[in-house]
Design a protein around this ligand. Structure first.
Ligand SMILES: [Zn+2]
Ligand SMILES: [Zn+2]
Length: 191
């Protein structure tokens, strides 16, 4: 069975949703219901739920979902991650549905009639489910930068990814380079 259309955009939605809260600075990108509406509206059209605007209670529910998704990335092991994923799938009411839109019959697990948190819950938890099955829990990561705690799913061939983004990688490279220069200067001073 090919669930692969859950592997790209839904995984990115899950990662982006967790990262709407900067865990280091506390900066909040979902400050209002409008932000939730825009968060989904800005997606690829196949994954853009049309025709609703989030309410204040939708915002609360999406924030609660985001907390659960963060727990998946922070989980101690695969089993704990799977428990939380299953919990989100169940709370979101994810059930397989045969869809005939687009390129022929395929499955969807979210319902277009759902409110945003349930819709997002089914989409993101299915994305993370497929990512875990296909790549393993080792691919679920948190940025190693000291000034960033954003999450990512490592798609690199050799599972070598350490940072959430190129921005963090280059910032850390610059910092490491400066530290080496300082050490070299200090050791030549000591001579
Ligand atoms: Zn579809
Ligand atoms: Zn980062």
């Amino acid at each position: 069975m090919d669930f692969s259309h859950y592997s790209d955009v839904p995984v990115q939605i899950a990662v982006d949703l967790v990262n709407t809260l900067d865990a280091v600075s506390g900066e909040e990108k979902l400050a209002s219901p409008h932000d939730v509406t825009e968060f989904i509206r800005s997606r690829d059209t196949d994954w853009c739920k049309p025709g609703w605007s989030a309410t204040p209670s939708d915002l609360d529910d999406v924030i609660a979902l985001r907390f659960r998704l963060r727990m998946i990335f922070d989980a101690a092991d695969e089993s704990a991650a799977a428990d939380t994923i299953n919990c989100v799938l169940s709370e979101a009411g994810a059930v397989p549905r045969l869809s005939l839109h687009g390129e022929g019959p395929h499955l969807h697990f979210e319902s277009d009639d759902d409110r945003p948190a349930r819709w997002l819950g089914a989409v993101t938890a299915m994305g993370l489910t497929v990512a875990l099955i296909e790549g393993g829990f080792e691919r679920f990561g948190t940025c190693m930068s000291s000034s960033c705690d954003d999450v990512f799913v490592d798609g690199s061939r050799n599972r070598s990814r350490r940072h959430c983004s190129d921005t963090c990688t280059s910032r850390e490279n610059v910092a490491a380079h400066r530290a080496r220069q300082r050490n070299a200067a200090a050791s030549s001073d000591a001579k």
